[in-house]
Design a binder for this molecule. Structure first.
Ligand SMILES: *Cc1c(COP(=O)(O)O)cnc(C)c1O
Length: 367
């Protein structure tokens, strides 16, 4: 059996008729920038998500940058974030001119809220929790700290579309929640795309304006901005996919539960921990084990594609060498980078595929 890490083709085939018609109509109408697809996505995403505003953008990295920029974050400021994420989370802090300050992760692979206070200085302006792998960070503790020290909170929801904790959706707890619609994300476009949700009308307006050259009305530029528009083809693809996202999320949870059942009791494998009272959207099903690289090679030999998220935590990347981090400063992030293995997970996965992977993992134990 051959099992890919994700199967974007399976999802396309399940929507083929509608998707082909949508793409064809956008091309025939030559409405490539702006127009109805963008308007509909803005309204429908906000409505389904339960947010006052959804602003479509070119990608999830820009969403982080523009959110910070529109909050006035820049030179001389510090922004606290997690040690374990994709580099977008921290490179956009630097892009504003501010300094990224990394905090180690907790047992749920998200920023350890107990370690945030020690990193706050008079220059700290914001916290960016990342809801890594689809699981929300400890938002109630983070909000207590943010309120006490008057810090802005930008939730990086690139991996956590429609995740929940204590009855609240990812991205709606802090000031803004930023999304990526990179093709492999839980809700993926057919190219780069991103966006953000917020309940702050002034911030939503500023973000929308900045992402369109500082202009809300054609040729009227109130401020300078940049071009970070989502294009109409991507918005059209997302409009076709949006009605299915909650079902797809349930399907990811089904896959995760079958892994949990099949792999329980293997004492050399640490299964992901799920916070009580939460909905984990399982963008990644990451297990931890000491001989990760051996298991990865064994599974790949048996036709099963796996990934590592991520082989180097940010403080240990060459890009952040100047910060002088030691392995002992981020012990949990260090252990995650060396031991994490991401098993295949996508909504269309069949039970017999999951069972095959479980069986191979169990065989590996016996070797
Ligand atoms: C994918 C991702 C991003 C960036 O999104 P792009 O759309 O690729 O720019 C940001 N943060 C996290 C945690 C991500 O996984």
């Amino acid at each position: 059996m051959k099992i890919p890490y994700v199967d974007l083709k399976a999802q396309y085939l399940s929507l083929k008729t509608e998707m082909d018609l949508k793409i064809k109509s956008i091309i025939e109408n030559t409405a490539f920038i702006g127009g109805d697809e963008l308007k509909n996505l803005s309204v429908n995403f906000a409505k389904l998500y339960g947010a006052d505003y959804f602003v479509p953008l070119a990608n999830g990295t820009d969403a982080l940058y523009i959110a910070m920029k529109m909050m006035g974050i820049g030179h001389g400021d510090e922004v606290i974030t997690t040690a374990s994420s994709w580099i977008s989370t921290s490179e956009t802090i630097s892009q504003t001119g501010a300094k990224p300050v990394f905090v180690d992760i907790d047992d749920f692979f998200t920023i350890d809220s107990n370690l945030i206070k020690d990193k706050i200085t008079k220059n700290t302006k914001a916290i960016i929790p990342v809801h890594l792998y689809g699981q929300m960070a400890d938002m109630s503790s983070i909000m207590v700290i943010a309120n006490k020290y008057k810090l802005r909170v930008i939730e990086d929801c690139a991996q956590s579309h429609f995740s929940e904790l204590d009855g609240r959706r990812a991205g709606l707890v802090g000031d803004v929640g930023t999304f990526s619609f990179y093709p492999g994300k839980n809700l993926g476009a057919y190219g780069d795309a991103g966006g953000l949700v917020t309940n702050n009308s002034d911030l939503a307006m500023k973000i929308k304006r900045f992402a369109n050259h500082g202009s809300l009305i054609k040729h009227h530029h109130e401020v300078e901005g940049m071009n970070s528009r989502m294009d109409s083809l991507q918005a059209g693809v997302l409009n076709v996919k949006l009605p299915h996202i909650l079902k797809w999320t349930d399907d990811r949870i089904r896959v995760a539960n079958r892994y949990f059942n099949g792999l329980k009791g293997l004492d050399y494998i640490e299964l992901p921990k799920v916070r009580p009272n939460s909905k984990h959207s399982f963008h990644v099903f990451g297990i931890k084990l000491k001989n990760r690289d051996d298991l990865k090679a064994y599974l790949e030999k048996n036709g099963i594609s796996c990934q590592i998220h991520y082989p180097k935590a940010m403080p240990f990347m060459p890009a952040y060498k100047y910060l002088g981090a030691l392995q002992s400063d981020y012990p949990n992030a260090y252990s995650l980078q060396n031991q994490e293995l991401s098993l295949p997970i996508y909504p269309e996965m069949k039970d017999n595929q999951i069972d095959y992977i479980v069986e191979k993992i169990k065989n590996f134990t016996k070797i």
